[in-house]
Design a protein. Structure first.
Length: 194
């Protein structure tokens, strides 16, 4: 029997973000006023989130290195794109888009510190190369990320409130390796009645 459901936009970034460059360790790239806080016990098995990010990235031509996108709950990386190879054509603030679908597939409050985990897959379009495919320097590419078999992400405590954030890191620190987030939306997808 069909059930009625709806999606809810939880947060959207209201203005374009700052350009970040010259760093390696992943850090937040979302405007701080647009972070979202989940209340304690929000996540249940089957809870779904869709995170949509659009922005711009630049990179150097000689040994551009990789870029990594991360969804964070507090200090825990609950989903990672893995290291994505930037193509070997220099780009200056070329657009990219990333959609990540996350499903909470584990909650367990019986193990002493409650454990919850997401399964997530993303679709990335932009000036990137998949390690197993030859680069096309003149075109954007759509790849599924991470480029591995899907697995449950790092455990987080679902019984306490958590701040949702989006981080980016580079493998090469250079002033020409840049990222800017222009749009960021998080939706809670409705769950069917059980």
């Amino acid at each position: 029997m069909p059930t009625q459901g709806w999606n809810q936009t939880l947060v959207t970034q209201r203005t374009a973000g700052t350009v970040f460059d010259t760093y390696t360790t992943a850090k937040t790239v979302i405007n701080q006023q647009d972070l979202y806080g989940f209340y304690a016990n929000y996540f249940q098995v089957g809870s779904k989130l869709r995170i949509r990010v659009a922005g711009a990235t630049s990179h150097i031509v000689t040994t551009p290195g990789t870029i990594t996108f991360q969804v964070m709950l507090g200090t825990v990386v609950v989903w990672s794109s893995g290291a994505i190879q930037q193509n070997t054509t220099a780009n200056t603030l070329q657009p990219f888009a990333l959609d990540v679908d996350l499903t909470c597939q584990l909650t367990n409050t019986a193990v002493g510190g409650a454990v919850a985990k997401f399964m997530g897959i993303g679709r990335l379009i932009g000036p990137f190369a998949k390690a197993s495919v030859a680069e096309d320097a003149n075109a954007d590419r759509m790849i599924l990320v991470p480029d591995t078999a899907p697995v449950l992400g790092t455990a987080f405590d679902s019984t306490v409130s958590q701040i949702l954030d989006f981080w980016v890191g580079f493998s090469v620190s250079d002033a020409a390796n840049e990222v800017r987030i222009d749009q960021y939306d998080v939706e809670a997808l409705s769950m069917p009645a059980s």
